[in-house]
Design a protein around this ligand. Structure first.
Ligand code: NAP
Length: 229
């Protein structure tokens, strides 16, 4: 059983605990609290119309999102492995989207502060985002994708990180935005202003579907990657 110590490297103050002698010579696994509670990396993924909407309405099955972007989404989310999703979006997902991934479905239908098992790879969650990411970190989860819808994007974009004086710094490390060459004119808006204020666009190979494509370009639009400023 490791001894967990959140302290400086001077072991003299724990000599008593170890029964005296040179503490450095005793076999002690020192794990910093910060390391133990490290939250997973967070990647937000969304497709938006040219005029900035993520959906026509809450029941939109996203048929305007091109097939090649859906395939990229599948590949990327299988690679990440864990998806955080709102109950409304989960309910309209095609069954095939459930394969090879673990879903953490946000809902208020279970008690606050709890996680419930729905199926082998599907869990229900009702926790503060920062608290939930710590929970996943403790379980050893290294990476999660936040895949919408609107309520869940906003929740994770605007939530406070734990231990940072409750500042609303958000909990998203990077964002992939597929800008689809299609106008919806009305619907549910993505908070692009917030993203452009707090994130910066970066050039990255992993926005492309294949090596042969121009960075980020696909037949129906363009994919952009943002990281925190
Ligand atoms: N373009 C894209 O890339 C993209 C991606 C995903 C989704 N979408 C679209 O987004 C639309 C749905 O978005 P939406 O905002 O209506 O729904 P949503 O975010 O998918 O789900 C909302 C539900 O999540 C739960 N929830 C929300 N906030 C919560 C909190 N703080 N704690 C616990 N549970 C919480 C509630 O479930 P309960 O009601 O069960 O309590 C709420 O009804 C759909 O049209 C979908 O197609 C677009």
């Amino acid at each position: 059983m490791p001894v967990i110590i959140n302290t400086h490297q001077d072991f003299s103050d724990i000599k008593a605990l170890l029964g005296g002698g040179d503490a450095n010579k005793n076999k002690v696994n020192v794990i910093s609290v910060q390391e133990q509670f490290k939250r997973p990396k967070t990647t937000m993924i969304s497709a938006i119309s040219k005029d900035g909407f993520i959906a026509k309405d809450a029941n939109d099955k996203l048929r305007w999102v091109p097939k090649e972007d859906q395939l990229w989404f599948r590949k990327k989310t299988i690679e990440i492995g864990h998806l955080i999703i709102g109950k409304k979006t989960f309910d309209i997902l095609p069954k095939k989207a459930l394969e090879h991934r673990t879903y953490w479905v946000y809902t208020r239908k279970i008690d606050k502060g709890h996680v419930a098992v729905l199926d082998e790879n599907i869990y229900l969650v009702n926790m503060e985002p920062a608290e939930f990411l710590q929970y996943l970190g403790k379980k050893g989860t290294k990476h999660v994708a936040i895949v919408g819808g609107k309520a869940i994007y906003d929740l994770f974009l605007h939530s406070a990180s734990l231990g940072r004086n409750n500042q609303k710094t958000g909990l998203i490390d990077e964002i992939y935005l597929s800008i689809v060459n299609h106008t919806l004119q009305t619907g549910i808006k993505f908070d692009l202003d917030f993203v452009q204020k707090h994130f910066i666009e970066v050039k990255s190979k992993d926005v492309a579907d294949s090596e042969s494509r121009d960075l980020g370009k696909f037949e129906w639009g363009e994919r952009v990657k943002y990281v925190r400023k």
